[in-house]
Design a protein around this ligand. Structure first.
Ligand code: FES
Ligand code: FES
Length: 126
């Protein structure tokens, strides 16, 4: 199966690989796994006091499409409000990366990871 140019680009040059300290109350962390293949994705956001995501990073143990999906999402959420970021759909990731049907679950992993990171951030703020 051929990977699209965009997947290869994110795979070769992943954006925002890394991690933030989870003890920081402005950091939300999402850790999700794909039952279909066992891949694991960690996505973190750093939110300012206006509710804007100032920074994001990820670590993905998984296939090229999962790495590309998480890399893309960290780029997309920077500068967005947490509400905007929560509305990112896996179908938009599929379109952007031209993922084939067998790789759709990789994009769902990225949607789940950003949602989990936002939920974690919100729970810390309570
Ligand atoms: Fe092998 Fe995901 S199934 S990396
Ligand atoms: Fe399972 Fe991509 S995340 S194959």
């Amino acid at each position: 199966m051929a990977y699209s140019k965009k997947v290869m680009d994110h795979y070769e040059n992943p954006r925002n690989v890394g991690s933030f300290s989870n003890s920081d109350t402005n950091v939300g962390s999402g850790l999700v796994g794909a039952p279909a293949c066992g891949d694991v994705m960690k996505l973190q956001i750093k939110v300012n006091n206006k509710g804007i995501i100032e920074d994001a990073c990820f670590k993905t143990y998984g296939c090229g499409s999962a790495i590309a999906s998480s890399s893309l999402v960290t780029e997309w959420v920077k500068g967005k409000s947490i509400t905007e970021a929560a509305s990112i759909k896996n179908t938009t990731i599929v379109e952007e990366l031209e993922l084939p049907p067998v790789k759709i679950h990789c994009s769902i992993l990225a949607e789940d990871a950003i949602k989990a990171a936002i939920a974690d951030y919100n729970s810390k703020k309570k």
